[in-house]
Design a protein around this ligand. Structure first.
Ligand code: R5P
Length: 290
């Protein structure tokens, strides 16, 4: 078995290979003069774990090309950050179901797919091969434990992320809640914890994705007005688009914490061990069935 990866998932893929005690295939990436991508892989194996977070369109092409380069191998695909998963429905007439379109393309040439904290688990059904999702909620909780906060309050930015907040909070038996929006006027919206009070507390806002940081920055400013002692932001996928990190810092966030499903300077939570655990577990199950 060997691991192979896209350009933007090198660190996670190498850690995964180390956790699985298996080599990484070197890949040379370049472009043709017209901008088309080219790659050439080193010595391949008859069993390959292909790793690539869907962080941009170039990565999507790299994944398609890698899967094709490994076409004489039994391939497992690991997509730690499944981009396009938020467009999981046709919200308006004329739209594509982007998650379905991407999942179908990536299913060709692989025997199974693993994602990490995919935005909607239903998206897994769009792959035409078995697909499963693993969660880093416990790992986010373990990182928060290292911060040694006294009696932290774990907050989801909305009700949809409440279960994730609950799972994170279970790491330390901490309080958790979700933020509720109340419209005060045509232009004014208040965000506050639904049941608990943030005053004098260390608050950690947790979500699957931080994209523009807008949701958490607004929440942070409001929580400080409600007397919060300090506010942290933690997520699995640090998309951090358009100056999001600076925006969060300007809103008084003490620390931005994310995993390395997207490799960033603030990637403090490694995903490799959890992915390796899942791969090893299914390998054991497969061997039991034989
Ligand atoms: C959306 O449903 C996700 O779970 C996140 O809440 C969202 O992507 C955060 O977006 P932003 O950082 O742009 O506020």
């Amino acid at each position: 078995m060997k691991v192979i990866c896209t350009e933007k998932s090198q660190i996670l893929a190498t850690s995964l290979a180390r956790a699985l005690k298996t080599p990484v295939v070197e890949v040379k990436y370049s472009r043709f003069p017209d901008g088309e991508q080219y790659l050439i892989a080193g010595e391949l194996d008859d069993e390959t774990i292909i790793v690539g977070s869907l962080v941009d369109n170039d990565t999507l092409v790299q994944l398609i090309l890698l899967i094709d380069a490994c076409d004489s191998s039994h391939n497992q695909l690991v997509v730690p950050y499944m981009g396009y998963a938020r467009q999981d429905k046709r919200f308006r007439e004329g739209e594509p179901i982007s998650a379905r379109a991407i999942a179908q393309v990536l299913s060709r040439g692989v025997s199974e797919v693993i994602t990490v904290n995919i935005h909607e688990e239903e998206v897994l059904n769009y792959f035409s091969v078995p697909a499963r999702n693993i969660s880093l909620a416990r790992d986010v909780g373990s990182y928060i434990e290292l911060l040694n906060l006294s009696n932290p309050l774990i907050l989801a930015p909305d009700e949809g992320a409440r279960t994730f907040a609950e799972q994170v909070a279970s790491a330390g038996g901490w309080d958790f809640d979700h933020l509720e929006k109340t419209r005060l006027s045509g232009v004014e919206v208040k965000m506050a914890p639904k049941q608990l009070c943030a005053a004098a507390r260390s608050v950690v806002i947790v979500d699957d994705i931080i994209s523009t940081g807008g949701t958490i920055a607004t929440a942070s400013s409001m929580l400080y007005k409600q007397g919060a002692k300090e506010v942290f932001a933690a997520c699995v996928h640090g998309v951090l688009t358009g100056g999001a990190y600076v925006h969060l810092m300007a809103a008084g966030i003490r620390e931005v914490i994310c995993s390395d499903t997207i490799e960033r300077g603030c990637s403090k939570i490694p995903a490799a061990n959890r992915i390796a655990e899942s791969i090893k577990k299914t390998d054991v199950q497969k061997h039991k069935k034989v």
